[in-house]
Design a protein around this ligand. Structure first.
Ligand code: NAD
Length: 479
């Protein structure tokens, strides 16, 4: 049994209550370990440790911060295989994908290690009258809360800029996927991160997460997760005037015009639909295909999706692994029942799968639904599983209206070889991110986040460094 412990003030310890939660392996459905079931007293201890460490870390020279963060990146690289195995077992994702995500987690630390050295702020000159300069100081103690779909990647995406900009951090991974966050605490300790600078508290959202949001000394919350949770966090944090970054859900359109590069659009659509069992906030779950190629595209997509091997995440060649948890598995299956009731027709999948020897695990066949409209809940609510809906469209104007017809606005993908149309459509889409003729191509310097109910604020590059610092303008008279 793998027993995790909280990481507070540089030491590992059980929850104050000694309570634990069972940790499941989604591939088998079996319990293989436990995580601390922490509460507000553990969060209070973590905040006290962070406050003690704060002045020292803020005053640490940028080069020293760079060296430590870079060492953490090296530590992740050195343990890549171990981390990938742990992530795959904990989350249900195929091992090859977990390996990629470990590379990207190290890149997050490396990227923000250099940001610590490069970050600068502005000065504004007033034609001989005065000069303004803007100081950017760390906020102090900040909270980072992450979800279960890309566990270490999203955890590091928040923690790295928070540390690089001189804050001390209380961090909480999802209760469903805590193992790599715990392994990260060992890597950080070995890299020489001073005690109290990063504190990781494990447990449920309603207890640990809520205590972080409510704690008056936690001055900012960077949250990635569901829209409902985000709304609740905002309702608690906003009256306390905390800085908030909310990266929430999506119902992303994937728009395929009939002049697309057909082969590239097919292969990428398979990935953008089903990678990580469709459990990526950026997956395109509504696929709009222009009428001229609808039939041909549909037939090829169905043929390619039927080829996807679903099963044991640790097995070579498996493209789609297990769904992260039993509650989520049931939620996705519930949407499949609803899709039938709403008149949808399953072109592939539509049901659970029980691979031999893994009957206790949570598997769902990659599912393509045809026949739904934007009046259906399955086309407007986030399902977050291996499920897409395909729909034909006639004109550019029509597809823009359909694409924008949800409360979400996280990411969109456009397939066309018409350059002018690509720009026009990208401009018209209500979305924080638009990919043209590609998907999930990420430059860490670019702003990342959503519009509408997909979130508030942006992560990535300087955006994150600005979020995690407080600007102060100083105006000096020159007369
Ligand atoms: P979730 O909202 O249930 O949980 C996210 C995190 O918040 C977890 O750590 C959870 O323990 C914690 N939490 C739950 N209740 C809380 C509360 N009251 N106060 C504070 N913290 C609380 O989301 P999830 O099911 O873990 O993740 C899936 C969701 O995340 C999907 O909606 C997906 O679209 C979204 N997501 C968004 C992005 C993005 O960048 N926009 C990236 C990945 C995932």
């Amino acid at each position: 049994m793998l027993v995790l412990q909280n990481f507070i003030d540089g030491v590992w310890r059980d929850a104050n209550s000694r309570k634990t939660l069972e940790n499941f392996n989604p591939a088998t459905g079996a319990v293989y370990g436990s995580i601390p079931d922490s509460d507000s007293s553990d969060v209070a201890d973590a905040v006290a440790a962070a406050m003690k460490a704060q002045l020292g870390w803020a005053a640490t020279p940028a080069e020293q911060k760079f060296l430590i963060l870079n060492k953490i990146a090296e530590g992740i690289d050195a343990k890549r295989e171990e981390l990938a195995m742990a992530e795959s077992m904990d989350q249900g994702k195929p091992l090859w994908l977990a390996r990629n995500e470990m590379i990207r987690s190290a890149q997050n630390f490396r990227f923000y290690a250099t940001a610590a050295m490069q970050f600068a702020s502005e000065s504004h000159s007033m034609e001989g009258k005065a000069i303004n300069y803007t100081l950017r100081s760390p906020i102090g103690v900040v909270g980072c809360i992450s979800p279960w779909n890309l566990p270490l990647y999203l955890f590091s995406w928040k923690i790295a800029p928070a540390l690089a900009s001189g804050n001390c951090v209380i961090a909480k991974p999802s209760e469903f996927t805590s193992v790599t966050a715990w392994m990260l605490s060992q890597i950080c300790s070995e890299a020489g991160l001073p005690h109290g600078v990063l504190n990781i508290v494990f447990g449920l959202g309603g207890s640990v997460g809520a205590a972080m949001v409510e704690h008056p000394k936690v001055k900012a919350i960077s949250f990635t997760g569901g829209t409902v949770t985000g709304r609740h966090i905002a309702s608690v944090a906003a009256p306390m005037f905390k800085k908030l970054s909310l990266e929430l859900g999506g119902k992303n359109p994937n728009i395929v015009f009939d002049d697309c590069d057909f082969e590239k659009a097919i292969q990428t659509t398979v990935n953008s639909s089903f990678m990580n069992q469709g459990e990526i906030c950026l997956c395109g779950s509504r696929v709009f295909i222009q009428r001229g190629i609808y039939q041909q595209f549909k037939e090829r997509l169905v043929a390619e999706v039927r080829k996807l091997s679903v099963g044991n995440p640790l097995q070579e060649g498996v493209r789609v692994g297990a769904i992260v948890s039993e509650p989520h598995y049931k939620k996705v299956l519930g949407y499949l029942t609803l899709a039938s009731e709403e008149g949808g027709v399953f072109l592939t999948g539509g049901k659970a799968l029980h691979p031999e020897g893994l009957e206790g695990g949570w598997y769902i066949e990659p599912t393509i639904i045809e026949g739904l409209t934007m009046a259906n809940r399955c086309n407007t609510e986030e399902i977050f599983g291996p499920v897409i809906s395909i729909m034909p469209f006639e004109t550019e104007e029509e597809v823009i209206e359909l694409a924008n017809a949800t409360e979400y606005g996280l990411a969109a993908t456009v397939w066309t070889t018409d350059l002018t149309r690509a720009h026009r459509v990208a401009n018209a889409l209500e979305s924080g991110i638009v990919w043209v003729n590609c998907w999930l191509l990420r430059d860490l310097r670019t702003p990342f986040g959503g519009v509408k109910n997909s979130g508030v604020g942006r992560e990535g590059g300087w955006e994150a460094m600005r979020f995690f610092t407080e600007p102060k303008n100083v105006c000096i008279s020159l007369q």
